[in-house]
Design a protein around this ligand. Structure first.
Ligand code: DER
Length: 233
């Protein structure tokens, strides 16, 4: 499909432009990153590259292993050269919504340890404002203990509606790799001052992390439906 092709060309271009021999590479989560890991594996073989991969989720860890890439972690490599990861939406200031796949906590930790964080996405993620195209809400990882009061506080102060993310192939809520719940916040105002709103929400006791990546991404590659790749910095 043109969407899968769009993901693939963005992923391959980012790997070609940003990974060099000896790099410690943060590997993101989701579906677009699969194409990036496949390209990385090709390059390692063709160019005999010596790279080490640090995963951002259990899924990323499986991807690294199944592509026979060198697996490491933040204990061994607390400083990462480049993290390549997907996003649910990117605005004109390179603010991201992430967490559609429920991996935002480790993704943000790994991204924060990286000299640069590069986003790979198809054209449906390329927006002016957050919420323009991505309608599933801003994910917020929370302690299971506090999810109701946290929901109430966000709705009271910022409006919109917050819901507990329920699992599809398991009864009950989604449980993250870290044993937490995910809240999804929809119908927020697209005109919010995201840097401040993000900091305010993170301070609510019980909030572990938000899917608002503010000032973290250094570049984005969007695969377009015409087969081109649009770069945003
Ligand atoms: O959940 C996540 O943060 C993923 O990176 C997500 O934002 C992108 O997933 P996709 O590549 O499958 O759209």
């Amino acid at each position: 499909s043109s969407l899968e092709t769009a993901k693939k060309i963005a992923a391959r271009k980012a790997v070609d432009n940003h990974v060099s021999n000896g790099n410690i590479v943060g590997v993101g989560s989701g579906s677009t990153i699969v194409y990036a890991v496949e390209r990385l594996s090709e390059r390692v073989k063709q160019e005999n590259l010596d790279v080490v991969c640090v995963p951002t989720s259990f899924q990323a860890r499986q991807l690294i292993l199944s592509n026979k890439l060198k697996l490491s972690d933040l204990d061994t490599h607390p400083e990462i050269d480049v993290t390549i990861d997907g996003a649910d939406e990117v605005d004109s200031n390179l603010n991201l919504i992430k967490g559609g796949g429920g991996c935002l906590l480790q993704e943000k930790i790994v991204a924060s340890c990286s000299k640069s964080m590069v986003v790979i996405a198809d054209y449906t993620k390329n927006s002016q404002c957050l919420g323009e195209q991505y309608k599933k809400g801003i994910p917020i990882e929370v302690s299971p203990l506090g999810y109701v009061p946290i929901k109430n506080k966000i709705e009271k102060k910022y409006g919109g509606s917050v819901s507990l993310r329920m699992a599809v192939k398991k009864a009950g809520p989604v449980i993250t790799d870290n044993g937490n719940f995910i809240l999804d916040w929809v119908d927020y105002k697209s005109t919010f001052d995201w840097p401040n709103v993000n900091l305010d929400i993170i301070q609510i006791p019980g909030v572990v992390e938000t899917g608002l990546f503010i000032g973290i991404a250094s570049k984005a590659y969007f695969g377009m439906s015409d087969g081109s790749v649009k770069e945003q910095i």
